[in-house]
Design a protein around this ligand. Sequence first.
Ligand SMILES: *Cc1c(COP(=O)(O)O)cnc(C)c1O
Ligand code: SF4
Length: 409
Amino acid sequence: MDETIVEDIKIVSEIYPFKTNNYVLDNLIDWENGIDDPIFRLNFPHKEMLTENDYDRLKWGRKNLSQAELSKLVNEIRLTLNPHPAGQTSFNVPFENGVKLEGLQHKYKNTVLYFPSHSQTCHAYCTFCFRWPQFVSNADLKFQSKELDSLVRYLNNNPQITDVLLTGGDPMVMGPKILARYIDTLIEVKSLRNVRIGTKSLAFWPYKFTAADDGCKEVLEILRKVTTSGKHLAIMAHFNHPAELKSDVLMEAIENLRAIGAEIRTQAPLLRTINNHSDTWAEMWDRQVQLGLIPYYMFLPRDTGAQHYFAEDLSTSLQIYRTAVQKLSGICRTAKGPVMSTLHGKVELLDIEDDVFYLRFLQHRDTRLTYKVFKGQASIANPKWLSDLAPMNSADQHYFEMEECIVEE
Ligand SMILES: *Cc1c(COP(=O)(O)O)cnc(C)c1O
Ligand code: SF4
């Protein structure tokens, strides 16, 4: 590889974590495409992810600063990159008897996110990941759980919660023994109906579910307990590009998961340089349906890290979503989008007409505000996020309010 590209990777990975593996290198990246290959862009940091100023400071720092001074600079830059978008650490962590339940996030009435302490990493890292602060060593920025017991107590005390979404990192980095602890505990909770596992393993390490992995049989048997207990097992699979949907290993993994009764739903953000074409999404959703997967969400990249580089503006995003959907039949049109995950909930962009943005919350902490259309107008040129919009009129005001509110019971 070109030496300047290697140097750029080193410079950018001072700030953002970088990790790859041989499955990604051998099966997903088409090296003929050079650095413009979408999976290369997905997995390898590149210069444009930093502002020119930060890039220059780091390049200079690596030559001229001591290790301690360089770390200080790195931390300083990280803190300017909004490491906790949508109030991740402060706003949605529940309390019980005055004790903060670390690793739990309860924003919507029916669903809690749970970050097992054993899944704070991934098989490979995505360059755009909004969880990047969890992977860098700065302990202050970490967000994780040690307490499975407190999760179960919380679920039993809140029977309105029907869904637990295990997330990370990637829960499927857990080995069978640890995974079994989590699953065995969850299936005992009566009120729980759906166990969801958010994972990129089907794209980055499908061996997890095939005979090539020693623990595969065990992992599948553990997951099967969810469906035999009568609960729904939803694998929330993260796929960014049709190139991730081709290998024989993946076909085997999908077959094995479907054989234990899991439903696989798919989601991904829309990203410049990776999947910002309607053809890419149409091909992805079409192929997913052929493989028995259910398209679920098209997200917009969050306001953190290298969003300035990866995000398309709202108008382009809507155009890509709509054009992709128009190419496909109804059963391939199940992905909601374009969707922004904001402090109060998931906002879907429905339409833009005469500079009016039509939106609705698919999820909101206040359930009463969901599925109602509201209107915004751009407060900057080429808006990319809800915060770049202002209410159209006073009736829309409360959809834009960002102070804390309480989950409706
Ligand atoms: C996306 C998300 C969920 C799940 O929402 P669904 O619409 O049910 O898929 C739950 N909690 C948080 C914080 C989320 O961001
Ligand atoms: S797999 Fe998911 S959590 Fe892991 S780096 Fe990629 S986007 Fe982030």
